[in-house]
Design a protein around this ligand. Sequence first.
Ligand code: 7RM
Length: 636
Amino acid sequence: MIKKFDSFDEYQKAYDKSVADPEGFWAEKASGFNWKKKWDKVLEWNFDEPKVEWFKGGKLNITENCLDRHLATRGDQVAFIWEPNDPSEANKSLTYKELHAEVCRFANVLKKNGVKKGDRVCLYMPMIPELAIAVLACARLGAVHSVVFAGFSASALSDRINDAKAKVVLTSDGAYRGNKNIPVKAVVDEAVKTASCVEKVIVAKRTGENVTMKDGLDVWWHEETKGISAECEAESMDSEDMLFILYTSGSTGQPKGVVHTTGGYMVYAEYSFRNVFQIGDGDVYWCTADIGWITGHTYLVYAPLLAGTTSVIFEGVPTFPDAGRFWAGIQKHKVTHFYTAPTAIRSLMASGLDFVKPYDLSSLKVLGSVGEPINEEAWHWYNDNIGNKNCPIVDTWWQTETGGILISPLAGITPLKPTCATLPLPGVQPVLVDSEGNELKGNDVEGNLCMKYPWPSIIRTLYGDHERCRQTYFSTYKGLYFTGDGCKRDHDGYYRILGRVDDVINVSGHRMGTAEVENAINEHSAVIESAVVGYPHDIKGQGIYAYVILEDFSKTEDVLRKEILDVVTKIIGPIAKPDKIQFVKGLPKTRSGKIMRRILRKVAEGDVSNLGDTSTLLDPSVVDDIKGGALVPLKV
Ligand code: 7RM
């Protein structure tokens, strides 16, 4: 087990050591795990290709470290408490022993259905225990999991299945989300029509609704597991063997399959979890993220199990049956560590304290925030009303590509500053650069956030497109990993994340490429062209503002707006629906054809007074048209 730092002094010493001797630092962290064979070399790297290899030559299986390793000491301890969507439905819990058995059993089911080491398996499932079991079962066999958030459309799912060439898809009949019943299997049916790589679909029963089961393709989870052994030897994986692919949005339309490998990811997951949350025996941890996002991968499935923690898996949404759901859950399960997103905090804050007051939150020790910058008001509300001014808030900055938390306070150790991700974890070396890539040294500087040295869970490649990985992250500034975020280092040397500097927006903590949304809007037959930007939104952090040029005016604007929202829902999913749509005659383009998004952002923000230099525009008059439209209240 990885030892925690337990004072700020120790943090600073560890930080210095991690910079002076990174390999020694990480070798020590890695030594507490079960390796089938020890590594030959701690680190080999260059950021030019890029090539990063951690613990090369080491052999291991991450599930042995999540499960088998704990059986002797905590076999009967609860690993997962499952909190269903409907609070009146009974909880389910799985001890480490039970989880181990279920993972092994389902790994055998996957094997029986033709899955072998290296094969890709796509998971499109609600937040039921089977999802976590399936993730781990893939890892047990050395199959690569690709979890797709079950809110994505059939077309988005099909793209991801095809990109990964997944052989098997795992799903459920339906899903409960708040008062909605989502036909998950029907989405998979639609998606696999255009995904000929899929040989089998395994369906877990959740809602009991009627689904079509195609002969030779679809099989039921509960039937497949009947009479199957609960023992399955863990495949021996190389440290650098692929563990999973997780798709995320970038500044172009095509989603990127971020690849993480086994050894380094494991070491960094447990290391960051223990140190940031300062979790210990007897604690109950609740991360509200869906397993379909990186937070769910690292800090709901892998890290808590690696650390031997008891944690909550929540199927539902924060506002069902009412806005007290989180607080009721904390009281019910005596949660000590609670990790959620600012967007959830803001929406619950808006519902008022009457939903908080009835609950006893005194079990809480640490609060966490992730996914977007947390604003001052939400920070204080969280601190005062949920933490009772008694729980450190860890504002954790990281990305799908970083695999784990890189900049964050360590709970109870790092002096806090509201809205500040504070300091890098030992082993993490951030730098701020100006637009030319010059390092901005010293404090009180603002620039683009990069990393100058690898950490164990850094992205290895984009699945099937290493060149795109190089271009996106390693070519903007030579020799550096570029995060895409702007950042300020204040007079105390603390980091404050300012948000994306590229064409990625962050809506309710979900990453979205503006180009993806534009491509979807452009599928509507009446649309010639569109441009999408983010704008400040009270609850979501950023909302989606779409400027749309029409070629067909035969329908009313309201009808067209509704149809455009439907097209976006069909192509990406409801999370990508624009909040505002403004029909315009033209877009502000430069002579070279680039859209000047700065202008669109200003108008979307409602700040039309100073649009800056527009002299390079091909047709400056479009700006007046756009400004004019923005002053009319938008109905969507
Ligand atoms: C974990 C996750 C990554 C982007 C990242 C930032 C933003 C995430 C914070 C944050 C300010 C934070 N992965 N972001 N955490 N901004 N403070 N604590 O969200 O790949 O989905 O998104 O999210 O812009 O680049 S992600």
